[in-house]
Design a protein around this ligand. Structure first.
Ligand code: F6R
Length: 611
């Protein structure tokens, strides 16, 4: 949610900052802006995507070895040029970009208005910047000290990059609750919300912690906490290749990431899932096995697509490990007063590892002594670092705003986890444990087969692209897949869609069914197959248009449905990992048929770092 990027060194900052913004655009695309500092301070900003800014700066003065840039997901103030970052202080001396929300900005603004400050935007960022300037005047202190004093007053979340005309080579950076990575180059520094703008220049990075500030200038990096105590920067080596953040010949990141799934599911299993020795090796679980097998309850906390992965895990863990599981929306859980008992284990699922609601929900239960197991994709992210133990999903950077490959990687980790705990707890026999391992190993190839039949899915997308609504139905392990199918379609095609347990449809949603409504059934061969056949008939009787995801060789639903997507057969527990793929492709192609920007759907952002 908002991307920030900065550079200081001996190169021209503009090309580095603008490229960084392109890489971070998935975090927000309401507006983009840059501030360049050299012989003078130049600020350019524009409503819309980074490409609009690039057009706007043609022919303008882009000189400067220091620069900061911002791509915005609007919170305070509508998306327009004035609310775009960077903001400039009233004196014109300072420029700042910000990711996060200053919750007490209104009271600070009141104080500043009384002192005759004027504001040119509706943003909380401009308030914070002028507050920093005001603190510096009042205290006659250094800018560094003023930032520290001001940030101690701030309630909310921030990552800021601030530059001053008085120090043309320096960037001041600070964070609380919003991510910040610093790339260490040869006498130069790259600052960004995540590593994607940094990776092509250096693999040495520092993850800045909450309540820390960094002062960087060519050849010098000083890290301090807000108490002005020096901190030792801890340099980490990035395990990421440039190719992973490029489209690699695909028209969109979303399509590339759907096609990446045979590899990402395999990468997630690599070195962990070893049917040849009957082992699943995951150190985060091995080191905490006693606690996990004895957990009286598991609570899964997540948002969006990650929450759907959690719902499937609930079915799996209860089935294989016989441990009661609750799945919670982090945004609700954080404001409840949940009962956490001794021994309860919290599983946090997050692609970005930065989702504000999940992060705060975890902080709350951590204070109550709960053990937190993080299932996270972005290495070094806040949730990964605050978990007691965990397992990375190793899906690589996910750039399409709609989550695809992160979801199947989360499911892979969760299934391995359930198998491992269930086997250690003796709630599943070796034969079942082993056969599910083998089934899991087969998933990448089966995904490849599904993708080969993409033409049929494209045809269905074309046929139904003008529908106003969609219904997605599934039972058991496939109910969360129905929810995920509906979410994907909403996100990238703007068609209203609902996911429902197929049997529950009779209790209300069936009233929606008429000859204009496409109903997608996830109806592969499982325990509920006969039941779902009846549900399909119920829709057919009411003239709904049936699109069915079925297992190859299906000869019942295939003859009832209007359109069929046949996919390889699998054990019903493993099915969700395959069944979601045609739904991802369907959403993608409906979005494309409608001419929409599937990688950057309106109003969304990849990493939701505000509550
Ligand atoms: C949907 C999607 C979102 C995220 C949600 C949680 O396609 O991407 O619903 O799943 O915002 O994000 P993470 O997993 O980063 O915590």
């Amino acid at each position: 949610m908002c991307g920030i990027v900065g550079y200081t060194g001996n190169k021209q900052a503009y090309p580095i900052v603008i490229k960084g913004l392109q890489r971070l655009e998935y975090r927000g695309y309401d507006s983009a802006g840059i501030a360049l500092l050299g012989s003078s301070l130049k600020i350019y900003k524009k409503k819309g995507k980074v490409s609009a800014l690039e057009k706007d700066v043609i022919g303008k003065d882009l000189e400067g070895n220091t620069g900061i840039g911002h791509t915005r997901w609007a919170t305070h103030g509508e998306p327009n040029d004035a609310n775009a970052h960077p903001h400039q202080s009233q004196s014109g001396r300072l420029a700042m970009i910000h990711n996060g929300i200053i919750e007490n900005y209104a009271s600070i603004k009141q104080e500043l208005l009384l002192k005759d400050y004027h504001f040119t935007s509706d943003t909380d960022t401009e308030v914070l910047l002028n507050f920093i300037e005001d603190v510096q005047y009042n205290n006659e202190c250094s800018l560094e000290e003023a930032i520290r004093i001001a940030l101690k007053r701030v309630v909310g979340a921030y990552c800021i990059l601030l530059i001053s005309k008085d120090e043309p080579e320096t960037i001041y950076a600070a964070r609380k609750g919003s991510p910040l990575v610093i790339g260490v180059g040869d006498g130069e520094y790259f600052l960004a919300s995540d590593a994607s703008p940094i990776i092509e220049y250096t693999k040495e990075v520092i993850y800045v912690n909450d309540f820390e500030m960094a002062i960087v200038r060519p050849g010098e990096l000083i890290l301090k906490n807000l108490g002005n105590e020096k901190q030792t920067p801890f340099i980490t080596k990035l395990d990421m290749e440039l190719a992973a953040i490029e489209k690699g010949g695909f028209e969109h990141f979303m399509l590339k990431e759907i096609y990446d799934q045979p590899d990402t599911v395999f990468d997630c299993q690599r070195g962990r899932l070893l049917p040849e020795t009957g082992q699943i090796i995951m150190s985060g679980i091995d080191n905490n096995m006693d606690m996990l097998i004895n957990a009286p309850r598991i609570i899964i906390v997540a948002c969006g697509t990650s929450w759907h992965a959690g719902l499937i895990a609930e079915y799996w863990i209860e089935e294989l490990c016989r441990i009661p599981v609750e799945v919670e929306y982090a945004s609700e859980f954080r404001y409840r007063n949940p009962v956490i008992n001794k021994g309860d284990v919290i599983i946090a699922i997050s692609q970005s590892g930065e989702t504000a609601d999940t992060l705060v929900a975890l902080e709350n239960v951590k204070k109550q002594g709960a053990f937190i197991f993080g299932i996270v994709n972005v290495v070094g992210s806040s949730i990964a670092r605050m978990s007691h133990a965990g397992a990375y999903t190793h899906a690589g950077p996910e750039i399409g705003v709609a989550s695809t490959k992160a979801f199947t990687a989360q499911l892979t980790v969760l299934m391995m986890m359930a198998l491992k705990i269930g086997y250690a707890k003796k709630t599943i026999a070796y034969e079942r444990y082993y056969s599910l391992m083998v089934e899991l190993v087969a998933v990448p190839n089966k995904i490849r087969q599904i993708i080969k039949n993409v033409a049929g899915i494209q045809r269905i997308a074309k046929k139904y692209k003008d529908a106003n609504d969609f219904l997605f139905l599934g039972r058991g392990y496939n109910f969360p897949i129905a929810l995920e199918g509906a979410l994907k379609l909403k996100e990238v095609s703007y068609i209203h869609a609902e996911g429902y347990p197929a049997a529950e449809m009779k209790h209300g949603p069936i009233a929606l069914v008429d000859e204009t409504l496409p109903v997608v059934f996830v109806a592969t061969r499982d325990t509920y197959y006969q039941k779902i056949v009846s549900n399909v008939q119920e829709i057919k009787a009411r003239k709904g248009k049936i699109i069915a995801v079925v297992a190859e060789g299906d000869d019942v639903i295939t003859h009832i449905a209007n359109d069929v997507i046949a996919i390889p057969d699998a054990d019903e527990l493993i099915g969700p990992l395959l069944n979601v793929i045609p739904l991802q492709l369907l959403s993608y192609y409906v979005g494309i048929e409608k001419g929409l920007d599937v990688d950057k759907p309106r109003n969304l952002a990849k990493s939701v770092t505000v509550e």
